[in-house]
Ligand binder design. Structure first.
Ligand code: CAA
Length: 285
């Protein structure tokens, strides 16, 4: 399946560009898709910056970096981009109608044996699968930020998903040196189900003035040995993504612990999404 297989990644934001880099580094031809030249340019610069960092650290040669960049072709036409791809990964922002419409286009334009995957972190894979004529080939493939660094990938199956598709995807991910786990479709899957309420609780602590953001983050880095504290992590993930995950988990469970803090909704209204917009719980250069 993987011999000469092309991969399409739809959406070239932080996650989409990171996933594009993962596949291009592993030797795949990648068709990177977004809806405007400006969005594609943003994706191109994310991959160039990330691989450039590896070059400057002496971990990648300039020739290898160029080869990675040359394996990526950029498209604004989704149907054209996916027409000869064996794996299509959608990573656009969290809007169910948009994702369903992309999947309808992809379902019609992609080869009949292609795997149709979504990187959604908050929406029901089942709702996306139900929108297409071949839901058995729809699966969740949830990468973590930064995708080139984090090894875990959640593979999410729905009631429709063909077991053979799950098995193929798991093998493919192992070949990328990722560490896949398979999970059934529920809001938050495994990691966000446990991680995001923790981040949400830290936001309540901060909002209620129990401690400074630095003290909250330091406490978890020092004691739990997490690589970063919960508020810095919210800024890395994106406050919009954290909010979307909390809202979906709250909708599904009605569990008060999942309810997003008012300050999180206000940060998102103010476009303070974290690192990607330069300001969130912290301010970035
Ligand atoms: N893209 C590519 N590579 C990156 C990167 C990026 N955005 N950010 C960091 N890296 C690389 C660096 O180049 C470096 O690589 P080398 O070891 O090869 O030199 C390595 O990652 C470590 O980076 P740094 O030395 O700059 O910094 P660090 O040691 O402090 O690590 C971190 C930074 C990788 C972000 C680390 O703090 C970390 O793992 N934090 C936790 C992140 C996490 O939990 N992510 C999951 C969030 S949940 C999610 O994403 C899912 C969801 O749906 C919400």
């Amino acid at each position: 399946m993987t011999e000469n297989m092309k991969v399409a990644v739809i959406g070239q934001g932080t996650m989409g560009a990171g996933i594009t880099e993962v596949f291009a580094k592993a030797g795949f031809e990648v068709h990177a898709v977004d809806n405007s030249e400006a969005a594609l340019e943003r994706g191109r610069s994310i991959v160039a910056k990330s691989t450039g960092r590896a070059v400057s650290k002496g971990k990648m040669s300039e020739e290898d970096q160029q080869a990675v960049l040359d394996r990526i072709t950029y498209f604004t036409d989704t149907a054209q981009a996916v027409s000869d791809c064996g794996l299509i990964i959608e990573a656009v922002f969290e809007n169910l109608e948009l994702k369903q419409s992309i999947f309808k286009t992809v379902d019609e334009a992609a080869p009949a044996d292609a795997i149709l995957a979504t990187n959604t972190s908050s929406l029901a894979i089942t709702a996306i699968a139900a929108a297409v004529s071949s839901p058995e080939r729809v699966v969740g493939v949830h990468f973590f930020n930064p995708a080139p660094v984090q090894t875990l990938v959640e593979v999410i199956r729905t009631v429709f998903t063909d077991d053979a598709i799950v098995a193929k995807l798991v093998e493919l991910l192992k070949g990328l040196r990722k560490s896949p786990v398979v999970v059934n479709d529920r809001a938050g899957f495994i990691v966000n189900c446990l991680l995001v309420p923790y981040i949400g609780s830290a936001i309540y602590l901060y909002e209620n003035g129990f401690a400074t953001r630095e003290e909250i983050d330091k406490a978890m880095v020092e004691q739990a040995k997490y690589p970063m504290g919960p508020l810095a992590l919210a800024d890395l993930i994106g406050n919009d993504v954290c909010l979307a995950v909390l809202e979906k988990m709250y909708d599904e469970t009605k569990d008060r612990v999942q309810a997003p803090a008012p300050i999180l909704t206000r940060l998102v209204m103010a476009n303070m999404m974290g690192m990607k917009t330069g300001r969130g719980f912290y301010t970035y250069e």
